[in-house]
Design a protein around this ligand. Structure first.
Ligand SMILES: NC(=O)c1ccc[n+]([C@@H]2O[C@H](COP(=O)([O-])OP(=O)(O)OC[C@H]3O[C@@H](n4cnc5c(N)ncnc54)[C@H](O)[C@@H]3O)[C@@H](O)[C@H]2O)c1
Length: 317
């Protein structure tokens, strides 16, 4: 088997590459990343790594001609909502033009399936919880969410127009080992753990009263969903699927759990609620279960403990 992983040096891409290599040791794994936020040292040494951008059609042509990947796992993106609000043109170039370039090259080279990374942000605050794909029409509220929704539309167009097999996985708040919390755009779990273990570099804060809740998804569940989507024999035509735990936790609950697992107290600077922040996310994952047997294998408590262990290991290094 030959696969291409875009965004292979990022949080999800590097976890995926490591677990895919362990599960399919004979596979040829090619990776592409421009290292704009990814870390080269996170990429397993077995991966044939190309440093460059998904918007570079010449480079894509070279990679697809040389390696003839059968499956493409497309993780590369500039994935931060608030960054996209400040940089709508730059992020649209990477997140939409880059995706179309990947789809076009995959189509030209007869790729069997492209598995795309979409996001729960396309819902823009779902009307019905738990959120089913069919009951909540996309209503993007940021450039990032609009870009991910555009990618879903392009995936469907490429399936219908050119017969390319595509599937879009809408991840909900992914967390786990390999997610650094040192950026201004980090999400709550990684940011708070970063502040606890590396207080000289980062201060923890809370926005609003902490009653907002999220359906946090441990990264191994996202990896599993990608592999199951690849293995599905039925084929796809741009369908979208929620990928989550289907279990939600409030930000206040997460604080208590982190304090219990680390034995440390988190000191939080209070900030006002973020404008436009959705109150709750909670996914219905029955469609992914029905189509390709997706069921989260790691629950929230176990995933959080593994994430804490990763921060403890980093601290010791
Ligand atoms: N982490 C989450 O909670 C979450 C939730 C929903 C969807 N997603 C999606 O999952 C995917 C992976 O997210 P992540 O959390 O691992 O993000 P990440 O920032 O850790 O990884 C993205 C990777 O893409 C690379 N990249 C960025 N622009 C590129 C370009 N033009 N060409 C080549 N490489 C480029 C970066 O260097 C980085 O290594 C993204 O598509 C993201 O939108 C993530």
């Amino acid at each position: 088997m030959k696969i291409l992983i875009t965004g292979v040096a990022g949080f999800i891409g590097s976890n995926f590459a490591t677990q895919f290599r362990d599960k399919f040791p004979q596979a040829e794994i090619v990776g592409l990343d421009d290292l704009s936020s990814g870390r080269k040292d996170a990429v397993p040494k077995e991966v044939i790594l190309y440093e460059g951008s998904i918007v570079d059609s010449v480079l894509l042509e070279k990679i697809f001609s040389a390696h003839k990947p059968e499956y493409v796992f497309h993780f590369a993106a500039i994935p931060r909502v608030s960054y996209s609000v400040q940089h709508p043109v730059e992020t649209t170039h990477a997140n939409v033009t880059g995706t179309v370039a990947i789809l076009k090259t995959a189509k030209d080279h007869g790729v069997k399936r492209v598995i795309l990374s979409s996001s729960s942000s396309v819902y823009g605050g779902a009307k019905i919880l738990p959120t089913k794909e069919s009951e909540n029409a996309p209503d993007p509220k940021s450039p990032y969410a609009a870009q991910k929704f555009c990618d879903e539309i392009f995936a469907k167009v490429f399936s219908e127009l050119y017969g390319l097999d595509t599937v879009c996985l809408r991840y909900f708040n992914v967390y786990g080992p390999g997610q650094y919390g040192d950026s201004a755009y980090s999400t709550v779990i990684s940011a708070w753990l970063e502040a606890l273990y590396f207080p000289e570099a980062k201060k923890a804060f809370i926005e609003g009263d902490g009653s907002q809740s999220r359906d946090f998804c441990y990264v191994d569940n996202v990896v599993l969903a990608n592999i199951l989507a690849m293995q599905n024999e039925k084929g796809f035509k741009g369908e979208v699927f929620n990928i989550a735990h289907s279990e939600r936790k409030t930000v206040n609950e997460i604080k208590l759990m982190i304090e219990e697992y680390t034995g440390k107290e988190i000191e939080l600077e209070k900030r006002p609620a973020r404008a436009g922040d959705v109150a709750h996310t909670h996914a219905d994952i029955s469609k992914a279960k029905e189509w390709f047997g997706y069921e989260p294998k790691v629950n929230f408590a176990t995933g959080l403990k593994k994430t804490v262990e990763w921060f403890e290991d980093r601290k010791k290094q």
